[in-house]
Write a protein that binds this ligand. Structure first.
Ligand code: F6P
Length: 317
């Protein structure tokens, strides 16, 4: 099952799960549309050809959803009954912390073993260095911001570019560094807007006319449009534009990195389930596969490396 926001690499993980299970003579079923599909019995048997030609595709062939019904005991009971109808006795769940929170409650009620695979472009899950889709999403953002810089340079404009990250600044931080952004605004750190305005004024004096400001959608100060307005309020003659990259960051063919990590995680998830190691999320630490209990993975968001924010300031000065 895939659940929560889709992420490039989810299909590669589904493929790895299905093929590893079949290799071990285990029957596999796909659940469509996440926990909602589970409740509604949208469950079908998969064979090796069900996952042919999908490793390179973005989105998820299993579709995904955020389910309100699964947050209720009645919804979860229905989901359990649907799974039992198909004699399902183990789950592999690909998604974010919401997915694993659901799995944790589900296990406490029905003791159905589950293993998780972290799949979200936000890279914000504790207990893993990496979540599937992040590399592809950052590369998409970088490609877009590079293009924006070309036109910004041609017109001597300031551009405020909003990237995804409702609660997390990983995409903003990494795309910002990779594109040489002058400022990077993230939810994890209070935004000192006075300092940003001061720097823009200073840059104008020394004729640094192009400024790229990358802002995560969940920044405490506000999104790209608000940042643009506030700059113009202070410097009415400046040519400032805002661009919201939006869902373009979620789609597209996964990078080689996402495909490889998805394959490793899918393979590891089935092997863990078969070995009886459950209620864990497969994670990556220093390139090695690790197991993180769901309880740890859902406790907090992965912290952002604030040293990198400092570095970004130095490098773009
Ligand atoms: O997948 C995570 C994420 O991309 C967040 O960064 C973003 O805020 C959210 O999903 C958007 O979700 P939706 O498409 O459901 O609005």
């Amino acid at each position: 099952m895939t659940s929560g926001g889709d992420a490039p690499g989810m299909n590669a993980a589904v493929r790895a799960v299905v093929r590893t299970a079949l290799y071990n003579d285990v029957e596999v079923f796909g659940v469509r549309r996440g926990y909602q599909g589970m409740i509604e019995g949208d469950i079908f048997e998969m064979d090796t050809t069900s996952v042919s030609n999908i490793i390179q595709r973005g989105g998820t062939i299993l579709k995904t959803a955020r389910s309100k019904d699964f947050t209720t005991p009645e919804g979860r009971k229905k989901a359990y009954q649907q799974l039992k109808k198909h004699n399902i006795d183990g789950l592999v769940l690909i998604g974010g912390d919401g997915t694993f929170k659901g799995a944790n409650v589900f296990f406490s009620e029905f003791s159905l073993p589950a293993v998780g695979i972290p799949g979200t472009i936000d890279n914000d899950i504790a207990g893993t260095d990496y979540t599937l889709g992040f590399d592809t999403a950052v590369n998409t953002a970088v490609e877009a911001i590079d293009k924006i810089r070309d036109t910004a340079e041609a017109h001597d404009r300031i551009f405020v570019v909003e990237v995804m990250g409702r609660d997390a600044g990983y995409i903003a931080l990494n795309s910002g560094i990779a594109c040489g952004a002058e400022d990077i605004l993230v939810p994890e750190q209070d935004t000192d807007f006075t300092a940003i305005l001061k720097r823009i004024g200073f840059d104008k004096r020394r004729k640094k006319l192009v400024n790229i400001i990358v802002v995560a959608e969940g920044d405490d100060f506000g999104g790209a449009e608000l940042v643009r307005k506030k700059i113009i309020e202070k410097y009415p003659k400046m040519d400032v534009r805002a661009t919201i990259l939006g869902h373009i960051q979620r789609g597209g063919s996964p990078s080689y990195f996402d495909r490889v990590q998805a394959s490793r995680m899918g393979y590891a998830a089935v092997n863990a389930l078969l070995a009886g190691t459950t209620q864990i999320m497969i994670g990556l630490e220093n390139q090695n596969i690790i197991y993180t209990p769901f309880t740890e993975a859902i406790k907090q968001h992965a912290p952002l490396d604030t040293d990198m924010l400092e570095m970004a300031k130095v490098l773009s000065a």
